[in-house]
Design a protein around this ligand. Structure first.
Ligand code: GTR
Length: 420
């Protein structure tokens, strides 16, 4: 394990100003017992079957995560319009259909629009679809010259190209295509859809983008970027429901890192999603907070307070007292197929904590009759576990690449119903 540890220190996100140094030493992980996956947060009731868990435990867990962690998810907007603004039946070298759908959402205080990019295989039956947000604009996900650029992008720097003045650039076209291997996904029989995350809630990182976010269309005050991004995935699903070649009953929410936290949240709070992939989602994603390994509640709420409910801050350093931990968040996806992926050098996201969390959440899957569930020996580099839930740890860094997608496709090809 030594080389991994050395790499992790180099790789770990820069120290968060004012936060204690991150722990990467397994022997220093606190010995804090996990809340029972089958029980309500105050432990006063434990489910002995799936129906009891659904009716009595699940709502209390969801309530905890809304009030103490992510904030309340915005409601469905009063009005929505879906317009195909660009389409081709001959995309990706003739192998795919491409649709670009403008989604307009409107509520009491105004409206906002954003574009969903969608590729679908050319198949006689409606295809299952992976839907996820992207970090750099739809045009950064593929070299395809037809992809419409967003109007506003966050100032950032990628591949030596610096964005300033929030203006998108052609130079970003395809720059993150390794994270979106569309041709591979299409060849496996899946569609893929994406929206630029800052179109939903600008992630200014050093300031709160709420005023320019979708929250501005609602009368009620709301906060928490992850809840807003997750709401954006639900709007993507609404749009997919209008596309005849997409099977809206087989849509899987997918995301990497902060957008992996988002994908998990979307599937947890919108049960129309047929499943979820949480890739390298770490702290307040798949990883167990009680381990305080890598990123902690203290670090994340100091650096990114506006991703969450302001209530989360009060749990900083008090993880062991939190009435629920992230395995219970994963369990909100049950019994739908769930895939957690880690990367061996991504210690900031705590791969072991992500794996153990899935193993604990599996107890809820077992209540629903699942038998093929992970155990300790499945925490191994590049030996994917494809059972009633899925897990792999890719060798390497914090990222989402073709290897990850191959395994997502393997898992969901088996786990989703074959046809609608
Ligand atoms: C990091 C943050 C992580 C993860 C990551 C990302 O700085 O600490 O929780 O979300 O950003 O989204 O890339």
């Amino acid at each position: 394990m030594k080389p991994i540890a050395i790499c992790a220190i180099a790789l770990a996100a820069l120290p968060v100003l004012g936060a204690p140094a991150a722990n990467y030493d397994e022997s220093k992980v606190p010995d804090a017992p996990l809340p029972d996956a089958l029980a309500v947060p105050d432990g006063s009731f434990k489910a002995s079957g799936a129906i009891e868990w659904e009716s009595r435990v699940r709502p209390k867990i969801a309530e905890f995560f809304e009030s103490e962690v992510y904030g309340r998810r915005p409601p469905r907007p009063k009005r929505q319009i879906f317009e195909i603004v660009e389409s081709s039946d001959n995309a990706l070298g003739g192998k795919a259909l491409r649709r670009q759908i403008k989604i307009t959402v409107a509520d009491a205080r105004g409206e906002k629009s954003f574009i969903m990019l969608l590729y679908l295989p050319k198949s006689p039956d409606p295809a299952p679809v992976f839907v996820g947000l992207n970090f750099m604009g739809n045009h950064a996900t593929a070299g395809d010259p037809e992809i419409i650029m967003p109007e506003w992008v966050r100032n950032t720097s990628l591949g030596g190209i610096k964005i300033s003045g929030n203006r998108p650039t052609e130079k970003y076209r395809g720059l993150q295509s390794r994270r979106w291997p569309y041709e591979k996904i299409i060849s496996r029989g899946f569609g893929a859809a994406t929206i630029y995350y800052c179109d939903i809630y600008p992630d200014l990182e050093k300031a709160d983008g709420a005023p320019q976010s979708v929250y501005s269309i609602f009368k009620e005050p709301m906060n928490g970027a992850i809840a807003a991004w997750s709401w954006g995935l639900s709007r993507a699903l609404d749009a997919l429901e209008t596309v005849p070649q997409a099977d809206a009953k087989r849509v899987v929410a997918v995301g990497h890192s902060r957008l992996g936290k988002t994908a998990l949240h979307a599937a947890a709070f919108d049960r129309r999603f047929a499943g979820a992939v949480s890739n390298d989602s770490g702290c307040m994603g798949a990883a167990l907070s009680r381990r305080q390994f890598g990123e902690t509640v203290e670090a994340i709420t100091r650096q990114f307070p506006f991703w969450f409910s302001p209530n989360l801050r009060k749990w900083a350093g008090r993880e062991a007292e939190m009435p629920a931990d992230q395995h219970q968040m994963l369990a909100l996806v049950a019994p739908r197929p769930l895939y957690v992926a880690s990367a061996s050098e991504d210690l900031w996201a705590d791969p072991r904590g992500e794996f153990l969390s899935l193993a604990e959440a599996s107890k809820v899957y077992a209540l629903f009759g699942a038998k093929n569930l992970p155990s300790e020996e499945n925490f191994a580099i590049e030996k994917p576990f494809i059972g009633d839930v899925g897990y792999h740890m890719r060798k390497g860094k914090h990222d989402m690449v073709e290897y990850d997608w191959e395994n997502f496709c393997d898992f969901f090809s088996k786990a989703l119903p074959q046809t609608r």
